[in-house]
Design a protein around this ligand. Structure first.
Ligand SMILES: [Zn+2]
Length: 244
């Protein structure tokens, strides 16, 4: 069985990062599987609702996976969860895309981990036969926005006209939404607001004034972030947004 295109899958939460990457990838018109994981934590229901209500292009195929239920996790951020997602994603395609951005370097989607996951899959398929639909292809984890901040990724999408200011403002990328807007307080909302502000898009699309929370997150992370080589870039991203 031969395929014209190398099968591709995108880890798709429907939040800020994966939404932007999806918008760029679908432009190629090549088939793309969007793999959404319903992990069953408090924000999963709304996340899934949003993903189901989005409008998909004919080359996009949304799949919702219920394998990893993490109801017991008290924290919004489930450590290592992306590792499970990657391994599952390889059941769909040899080319796995993830929308991670540059300041995610301390998360489970940092560059070294992506490389390690890719190498693990290569070792696994060294002797084990590859799935029928990926004959001739090697496992790969691809993160096209890994060197960009969220502001830069958004800027790129706006320049390429693959996303509008309205749709990114209305997109909920939030750990604790209670209405049809982001809470304006959680770290996901704050990081989205920073990207909006840096692209001269209004930040009044949240349930509450997000600006004090940008300032709070900035102050809270300052000391921790100062130990990393990307500190200047990170600081610039926040200070620019706070100046708006
Ligand atoms: Zn929020």
């Amino acid at each position: 069985m031969s395929h014209k295109y190398e099968p591709k899958v995108l880890l798709y939460s429907g939040g800020f990062d994966s939404f932007l990457l999806r918008k760029r990838l679908r432009e190629s018109l090549e088939p793309l599987t969007l793999l959404h994981f319903n992990v069953g934590v408090d924000y999963s229901k709304r996340e899934q609702e949003q993903v189901r209500n989005q409008i998909y292009a004919p080359n996009e195929d949304l799949k919702i996976n219920d394998t990893f239920r993490m109801e017991s996790e008290a924290n919004h951020y489930v450590p290592l969860r992306n590792i499970y997602f990657f391994l599952k994603a390889f059941e769909h395609a040899p080319k796995v895309f993830v929308g991670t951005t540059v300041f995610d370097f301390f998360r489970d989607t940092n560059e070294d981990i992506l490389k390690a996951v890719e190498n693990f899959m290569k070792v696994y398929y060294y002797n084990v036969p590859k799935p029928e639909n990926w004959k001739g292809f090697s496992p790969e984890v691809i993160s096209p926005h890994k060197d960009l901040s969220k502001s830069e990724a958004l800027n790129l999408c706006l320049e390429e006209n693959v996303v509008t200011e309205k749709e990114i403002s209305e997109l909920i990328s939030c750990y604790a939404p209670t209405t049809d807007k982001g809470c304006g307080k959680c770290s996901a909302c704050v990081r989205k607001a920073v990207a909006l502000a840096n692209n001269d898009i209004g930040i009044d699309c949240f349930d509450q004034d997000v600006k004090p929370h940008i300032e709070a997150l900035y102050k809270d992370q300052l000391e921790y972030m100062s130990t990393f080589s990307l500190f200047d870039q990170w600081q610039e991203e926040y200070e620019k947004a706070l100046d708006k």
